[in-house]
Design a protein around this ligand. Structure first.
Ligand code: PBG
Length: 329
């Protein structure tokens, strides 16, 4: 029926009817908080390109996590800041059972056993050159050699008690090898969140500052393994392969500029779809907020709602701590 019988504004006339007719909701259950961990005790460091986000030693992180977990925050993703003396060409520190991530997982899981701890499976914090894999003399990232290292890394994370291992490296075939290793080591319930549609994006710049891999990477790019930002259909193949190999959940990354990929993935696949609202997206938003150009809470909440509308089940966002407080003050 045309106007005036149909007036779309009727369902916008009051807060109550807007609530009733709202299609999507954002709750604390949707959030995963990515955190940068430092070795040592009682340490925090500001990150120049991510104002408002800090690197923290595990004790400081635990002090922040305990009240957030009480308010419903379910999940964190750990990213280590690895000191220079632990970086090498073969990234061996990545699977050190007493490494920073492995110790952090043990400490956090014993203090907060119900909090889901997700670990990043990729070699970039540990390589002297900042690539996500092992390279040859020409600087090419070697797929199958890297997988062997990733499997050892994932095994050490699972042994330490990680609930979810999240390969973010984009090597072909790594999900299947990691799943096989987990099964043969009786880690049946360790889930895999695969960074399946991960693009070679310039929005990762601040993250590389935060973990200290930017200088090592220099002008090299990750374009031989991460996806071309111009491609959409290829993401379907990447996601399908990872699910086939045993991924329990898949990730699209970056987030906001790639909502079309999220929507497409949600329409085609039945596993949970996660998105990473990455460091560069955080930096853009927060810089405008800090300048007084945008209002923090409503703009951040709108941004995250847009992820839900696109079809996201969970969102990794550096705002997860603030949003938890806003949702459950
Ligand atoms: C690397 C990794 C990156 C991010 C998460 N894991 C950066 C990269 O691929 O260079 C980026 C996250 C962010 O920008 O917030 N394994």
């Amino acid at each position: 029926m045309p106007f005036p019988y149909t007036r779309k504004r009727r369902l916008r006339a009051s807060q109550a009817i807007r609530n009733l007719s709202q299609e999507n909701h954002l709750t604390v259950d949707d959030l995963i908080w990515p955190v940068f961990v430092l070795d040592g005790f009682n340490r925090t460091e500001a990150i120049h390109s991510m104002p408002g986000v800090e690197r923290m030693s595990v004790d400081v992180l635990l002090d922040k996590l305990t009240p957030l977990h009480d308010k419903g925050l379910n999940a964190i993703a750990l990213f280590p800041v690895v000191e220079k003396q632990h970086k090498s060409d073969d990234a061996a520190e990545a699977w050190n059972p007493e490494g920073l991530v492995q110790r952090a997982v043990k400490t956090i899981k014993s203090a907060l056993p119900e909090l889901l701890v997700i670990t990043d499976v990729a070699l970039d914090p540990y390589t002297s050159h900042g690539q996500d894999g092992i390279i040859n003399e020409q600087g090419d990232v070697l797929n199958d050699v890297t997988i062997k290292a990733l499997v050892m890394q994932a095994k050490s994370h699972a042994k330490a008690g990680a609930d979810v291992v999240a390969p973010s490296d984009m090597m072909d075939g790594r999900v299947g090898e990691i799943r096989a290793m987990l099964e043969s080591n009786k880690h049946h319930n360790t889930a895999i969140l695969a960074y399946s549609a991960k693009y070679a994006s310039h929005f990762y710049g601040p993250f590389r500052d935060a973990v200290g891999s930017a200088a090592n990477l220099g002008k090299s790019s990750k374009a031989t393994y991460q996806m071309n930002p111009a491609n959409a259909l290829e993401a379907i193949d990447e996601i399908a392969m990872d699910i086939e190999e045993g991924a329990d959940m898949v990730m699209v990354k970056p987030g906001l500029p790639y909502l079309d990929i999220i929507a497409m993935a949600k329409a085609q696949f039945n596993v949970p779809i996660c998105a990473y609202h990455v460091s560069g997206e955080y930096a853009m938003l927060q810089s405008a907020i800090d300048n007084g150009f945008l209002a923090e809470q409503p703009t951040v909440m709108e941004t995250l709602m847009c992820f839900k509308r696109a079809g996201c089940d969970a969102i990794l966002t550096y705002y997860a701590d603030r949003v938890t407080e806003w949702l459950n003050p």
